[in-house]
Design a binder for this molecule. Structure first.
Ligand code: ATP
Ligand code: MG
Length: 260
């Protein structure tokens, strides 16, 4: 399969009051078309920075970072789901989900029909006219996910999208997310601090080093799909999470020592 996301010797330096600091260095990564790739690494290693560059919210200061555009120029390249529920408080669920389509000039009837379809898929049908303040955290995050998917981007970028949720809500949304992904098989780059989540969701887990971030190791997750949460009780799952943790442990220690 061809690479959809490519980073080659990517570098990102920030100018700070204390001088230049390197957030990413020699960062190489390829995400195949249709792959679900999870990115883990200690706090401050540059995960969000990389996602922001991919989303076009920032730029690399060296090397190459790109998403290979598909054949349809009207299809948006990437949408991002962030940890903070990035929904518009003054818009209803319906208008939040339809927002990306509205921005792209999709007519009202079509965008609302599409939005309704995604709202049904994320089980918010009853809440279509609610405002975010009337929703729980898990529901708001469903709105964000529906909004991103309704826009049908070529690539979905997710930065700890379930990080702020309680464990049970998170588990339910992990399963829902996988079901949605099975239907579309979109290219997904998913940042998480949870090793279990990375192994449960991903085709591969990329472990980054502590700052400056680079790729430490890549772990193939050969668990069969479709997956449900019961896979977490298998010895194969335990072996994979163990391997990710082995790669990550020293990096987390290094990052903590640096920040101390
Ligand atoms: N705009 C900025 N200016 C200066 N430094 C920045 C800026 N954005 C990020 N950094 C620095 O770049 C490094 C990487 O930050 P980033 O947010 O990408 O880390 P992260 O891996 O997403 O961490 P976390 O897991 O805590 O979310 C950090 O040291 C951070 O302080
Ligand atoms: Mg981050």
């Amino acid at each position: 399969m061809s690479a959809k996301i490519v980073a080659r010797s990517a570098e990102k330096r920030f100018q700070t009051r204390a001088g230049w600091m390197t957030a990413l260095r020699d960062f190489d990564l390829e995400v195949a078309e249709g792959e679900f790739l999870c990115l883990v690494g200690p706090s401050g290693c540059g995960k969000s920075t990389f996602l922001r560059i991919l989303a076009g919210l920032d730029h690399a200061t060296g090397g190459e970072v790109r998403i290979d555009p598909g054949p349809d120029p009207r299809q948006p390249l990437a949408n991002v789901v962030f940890q903070e529920y990035a929904v518009f408080p003054w818009k209803t669920v319906l208008h939040n989900v339809a927002f990306g389509l509205e921005m792209r000039g999709v007519g009202r009837r079509e965008r609302e029909a599409t939005a309704h379809r995604w709202i049904d898929k994320v089980a918010l049908t009853r809440f279509v006219d609610y405002y975010p303040a009337q929703l729980s955290g898990g529901m708001k995050q469903r709105v964000s996910i529906a909004r991103a998917l309704a826009n049908d981007p070529q690539v979905l970028l997710m930065d700890e999208p379930l990080g702020a949720l309680d464990a049970q809500t998170r588990a339910v949304l992990q399963e829902e997310l996988l079901q949605l992904w099975e239907e579309s098989r979109k290219t997904v780059l998913y940042v998480t601090h949870s090793i279990d989540e990375a192994v449960f969701l991903g085709d591969r887990v990329v472990v980054m080093t502590a700052h400056p971030g680079t790729v430490k190791t890549v772990i193939d997750v050969d668990l069969p799909r479709p997956r449900d949460l019961s896979v977490m009780a298998t010895p194969e799952f335990a072996a994979l999470t163990g391997a990710v943790w082995d790669a990550l442990r020293d990096e987390v220690r290094r990052a903590m020592a640096e920040q101390a």
